[in-house]
Design a protein around this ligand. Sequence first.
Ligand SMILES: [Zn+2]
Length: 241
Amino acid sequence: MARRQDIRLVQGRPLRLQLRRSSRARHLRLDVTPRRGVEVVVPRWATRRDVDALLADAESWLAEKAEVHGVWDGPRRRQWTSGDHVSLLGEPHVLELAPLPEGRKRPRVTVMPFELLLELPAMELLDPRPALERWLRRFAGDELRRRTRHWSDRTGLAPSRVIVGERTSRWGSCSARGTLSYCYRLVMAPREVVDAVVVHELCHLRHMHHGPEFHAMVRRLYPDHDEAMVWLRTRGHELEV
Ligand SMILES: [Zn+2]
């Protein structure tokens, strides 16, 4: 899968986009998200002319989306600095960036009740995001597995496997084989929201749909489920690294 940056004029204004060749994609597709910016997924059969035609067709839609998400100049990525707040299970932690002590090479992260200390090699202090993201993925892996075990014990619903990774469109999912997957960024949401997603996905082990039986089960096990989903829909975009 190859990626290529490109800049196109859209309604007379330069727009930065990514062309992503995909051998699995069957359709030419256009995605606009804050995290990835404008992305064109290009299946094997598509030519440059097909891409041009799609972009021309979608011009006004594209301009509007790029405006809404603020991605004319590429993905919107946070620049982290000391004093920023990092939310862990909904609790704000003040980020403290510091150079690693002499002789140490590996980044070190210390979580305190209201503070997150990130000690980095001097070169990484300029852009701490990759180190923060790496740590957050590990933290999320531990935490989301722990919450899943907790609810699994209470409900008797046991997944065959739990995967914590990156997902752009969903916070959690459940496969027919009983694998639960979570987006690692979910760990920044309030604890009640995390639990709602965990219970939601566990209930899919019993009901692989969103029908009335599914909803009855979710509400019985986690009465605040719907509120949590509203929170994710309206504020989920804040869970950014
Ligand atoms: Zn669902």
